[in-house]
Design a protein around this ligand. Structure first.
Ligand code: NAP
Length: 322
């Protein structure tokens, strides 16, 4: 399968490394890479390992035409307020009847139902496992393993930066020390602003609700308060009572009403939601037939993001030829 990569940052470079490592068993070929500032590289016969980049092509449409790929891999920067330009990139690929895999939660949080329908109309696949919790199965798990189960809600500790900030304050540091530490670890979106204000969690909550609960919502409709007002003094008071704080995403359907919120919650240290430390993430699904169960990801790195996209690409190769 030939691939056109839109975005070539941390996640895309890790994906290319994984594709190289797996090339004998899974023969993916990258025929194009399109970036914002670093230009565009295209060769429909397959790019070399360190491709030379020429000037940036004038549009994604022109790039996709030139790359002549079967699938577009959308890995551009998250824009949590609108999901653009990633939504337009995905539409351009559907228009060319190309499959799409993305780790960008913006399009899933803002336009999932429309994009899903457009993919069906174009007769192509659309996959996004790494949009929430990297490659740990939170979307694909519903495909084959849980027939007839309906998701009634979910609860998740899904934001790594907030955990690092809280942990740093518990250990005697300041809020800014924690944020600086998260930045050094390379886990922040937009330097940490989206994480601290709760935008990252709101986008994940909306994405999960859209896919698993057909919510047709946006991050703006998630009632969101970040951790910005949390002080080191308050965090240490809470710690002295044997408790901790986590930025928690919750969604719940009650009758026709769907409530979604993101809040810094005080939890007992033994609460399962408190057990996710550092960059580890945890989600619990509340269902009708399977009760409550969950997925945990321990210290995922960018390699696990790349794996999620890779697993999507493998799934796309199994679709009927276009
Ligand atoms: N990193 C992770 O572990 C991780 C985990 C889960 C999800 N994700 C998601 O994966 C996506 C990529 O993350 P990342 O960490 O790889 O980001 P990144 O390192 O900041 O790279 C972003 C890439 O997108 C390119 N880009 C930005 N706007 C573009 C545009 N309009 N057209 C073409 N290219 C554009 C940039 O081009 P330049 O190189 O020219 O600037 C850069 O190559 C994000 O949506 C992120 O939320 C990442």
């Amino acid at each position: 399968m030939k691939l056109a990569l839109i975005g070539y940052g941390h996640a895309a470079r890790a994906l290319v490394r994984l594709i190289r490592a797996q090339r004998h068993e899974y023969p993916f070929v990258v025929t194009g890479i399109h970036t914002l500032r670093h230009g565009t590289a295209v060769d429909p016969a397959g790019l070399p390992d360190d491709p030379p980049f020429g000037p940036r092509m004038e549009s994604v449409e022109a790039f996709l035409y030139a790359a002549r790929a079967d699938a577009a891999v959308e890995l551009t920067t998250l824009e949590p307020a609108t999901g653009e330009p990633a939504i337009s990139h995905i539409r351009a690929a559907f228009h060319r009847r190309m499959h799409v895999a993305t780790a960008n939660k913006g399009p899933i949080a803002h336009a999932y139902a429309a994009l899903r329908d457009e993919a069906v109309h174009a007769g192509v696949g659309f996959r996004f496992e790494s949009a929430v919790m990297d490659g740990a199965p939170v979307f694909n798990v519903w495909e084959h393993t849980l027939p007839a189960v309906k998701v009634l809600g979910f609860t998740g500790a899904l934001n790594s930066t907030s955990k690092i900030v809280i942990q740093t304050m518990e250990q005697g540091g300041t809020f800014d020390d924690g944020l600086a530490r998260a930045r050094t670890m390379g886990i922040t979106e937009a330097g940490g602003a989206y994480d601290v204000e709760g935008w990252d969690s709101a986008a994940k909550t909306a994405a999960l609700a859209n896919v698993l609960m057909d919510a047709r919502t946006t991050p703006q409709q998630v009632s969101t308060r970040g951790i910005g007002r949390l002080t080191a003094q308050r965090v240490r008071e809470i710690a002295s009572q044997g408790k901790t704080v986590r930025l928690i995403s919750r969604a719940r359907r009650t009758g026709a009403r769907l409530s979604m919120r993101v809040r810094a919650e005080v939890l007992d240290r033994s609460d399962i939601l408190a057990l996710a430390q550092g960059t580890s993430n945890l989600i619990l699904f509340h269902t009708d037939l399977m009760g409550t169960f969950g997925t945990v990801s321990i210290d995922p790195q960018v390699e696990q993001t790349a794996y999620g996209v890779f697993s999507d690409l493998v799934a796309l190769t199994r679709l009927a030829p276009r």
